[in-house]
Design a protein. Sequence first.
Length: 81
Amino acid sequence: GDDEVPVVKKLIEKHGKDYKAMARNIKINKFQWTPIECKKRCFCFEAGMIRSEAAEVISGYRQDMRKPLFGKAKALNVFSH
């Protein structure tokens, strides 16, 4: 999301393509991503695939994970129990 972009930029500037070093850098990597997560986020950043949180909510198959769903909307929520 939008809050990840500055972190990804700093990690790429400091470590290049060394994803293990990115994962170990706890000062910059405040989200504590694993090397695989760092690689995925760097790939998405370089490809211009960073999306805002609003876009994630809108494209979530009509699911807003910030609030509970009841009634007919619950059937649309694949994560409900």
